[in-house]
Design a protein around this ligand. Structure first.
Ligand code: FAD
Length: 418
């Protein structure tokens, strides 16, 4: 289909992720002519894999001040945007469009259908209702400016022109979904300050074989304590997922930022307490009871009764007690070794995994260069910036997508009409 690239649109949105779709839909709803450019063949490729395919769409913390505490230093900046489009607005936006939300542990909200693709469908309908023109498979390679304003967004063959531009090209996590950091380079060329992005909410790699041997196993309740050169730094309690490279799961991913800071200072080791609610003597009593009840069995056959489900063989690989030992032959000394190990499983952190496994990367445009009420660049008069391009750190739990709905809405809502 031929496409008139001479047309001057009211708004061009570059990037069809959640923040770009929200921005395009809102601008169009206000009567503006909108062109949405997306380099992939489909919109919302990253959105479709969020929350393990279930999409943790927002966090149902309805108290705005409490919610904003999750955004660290950006909380003051976000006060105005969140008063324009907050969590309640996200709920009514999706529920009024036929996508009821449910709330799970830690106030994480998901579509009741448990399908991230349903969220993308709502957004696609929203932009279709507003008659946004969508061009997929269009990779913007550079932008033309006269230093004060953007004149066009260009591919290798075409120039797309508009009065206003919304940049929504995302960060660097999971580059295979299209987020390859293109927006960061253009913003630097426009003299914006862009902090170097690095993986932020991300799994960690460890060197220990016993951890890798447990790949795919979850320890549903444990406490992990991190040490720098033997000095305890911090602990976290909750669920942990073992992988073929190390440790993952929300608890670990949300600790990555702190681990990153400490890693710069030296070697990080960690100890996992597999029974944080049970002290050493109570654990030993439990093990004695299990042994007494199974006097003639091999250790191998009662592992799941004394270690978290599925972890026994890997944990015992750290000891020199053969698994063929009959429980009645385990010495007191050996029993104490087992107890000690279960309360302090050792591992050494080698680093954080890369962008390919990150949920969120930090870095992005300095908020001092963005107008808090509109998401407009303070340096370029016709540019608005949304979503993961902004330098705002936050934990997992729906806070990233809420940021996209909010900043996308505010940008689309702020483009002057006429
Ligand atoms: C595995 C995973 C799970 C996640 N789960 C959750 C979750 O459950 N809840 C939550 O709150 N957050 C989650 N996140 C984070 C969330 O997905 C992001 O914060 C969000 O997608 C950012 O949206 P965005 O609109 O800023 O950019 P993106 O979603 O990154 O979209 C940017 C779009 O711009 C396009 N683009 C880039 N460059 C160009 C170009 N040159 N020309 C044209 N188009 C271009 C890309 O193809 C892409 O479609 C998850 C992230 C990952 C990776």
């Amino acid at each position: 289909m031929s496409f008139n690239t001479d047309r001057i649109w009211d708004v061009i949105v570059i990037g069809g992720g959640p923040s770009g779709m929200m921005a395009a839909g809102r601008a169009a709803e206000r009567g503006l002519s909108v062109l949405l450019l997306e380099k992939n063949k489909s919109l919302g490729d990253k959105l479709n894999i969020t929350g393990g395919g279930r999409c943790n769409i927002t966090n149902a913390e309805m108290d705005r001040n409490a919610l904003l505490k999750n955004y660290g230093d950006a909380k003051d900046f976000l006060f105005s945007p969140f008063s324009q489009f907050g969590v309640k607005d996200t709920f009514s936006f999706f529920e009024s469009r036929g996508l009821p939300l449910i709330i799970e542990a830690r106030k994480r909200a998901f579509p009741a259908s448990q399908k991230a693709v349903d969220v993308t469908k709502v957004m696609e309908r929203y932009i279709a209702d507003g008659r946004v023109t969508v061009k997929k498979g269009v990779k913007i390679t550079n932008i033309t400016t006269n230093k004060k304003i953007i004149l066009s967004a260009n591919t290798s063959s075409d120039k797309f022109k508009a009065r206003y531009f919304i940049l929504a090209t995302g960060g660097l996590s999971r580059p295979e979904t299209g987020s390859t950091g293109d927006g960061f380079s253009w913003l630097r060329e426009l003299k914006h300050t862009v902090d170097v992005p690095s993986p932020d909410i991300v799994p960690i790699s460890v060197e220990d074989k016993w951890v890798k041997d447990l790949s795919g196993i979850t320890m549903s309740f444990m406490k992990i304590s991190f040490y720098l050169d033997g000095v305890k730094q911090f602990s976290k309690t909750g669920e942990i997922l073992f992988t073929h490279f190390g440790l993952s799961g929300p608890l670990i991913m949300n600790s990555a930022k702190d681990i990153k800071k400490v890693l710069r200072a030296g070697t990080i080791t960690a100890l996992i307490d597999a029974y944080p609610d049970t002290d050493q003597s109570a654990l030993e009593k439990h093990i004695i009871k299990v042994f007494n009840n199974n006097k003639n069995k091999n250790l191998k056959n009662i592992l799941d009764e004394i270690t978290p489900l599925g972890t026994g063989e890997a944990i015992f690989s750290l000891l020199t007690i053969p698994l063929e030992t009959k429980t009645h032959s385990v010495t007191k000394e050996q029993r104490k070794q087992i107890v000690h190990l279960l309360k302090a499983l050792p591992l050494t952190v080698t680093g954080l995994m890369g962008f390919d496994r990150a949920v969120v990367s930090d870095g992005g445009v300095d908020l001092k260069e963005i107008d808090t009420k509109t998401m407009k660049s303070r340096l370029i008069d016709n540019l608005y910036i949304t979503g993961d391009l902004l330098n705002i750190s936050r934990p997992s739990g729906g806070f990233s997508l809420q940021l996209c709905w909010t900043t996308g809405f505010v940008a689309g809502n702020s483009i002057p009409i006429g």
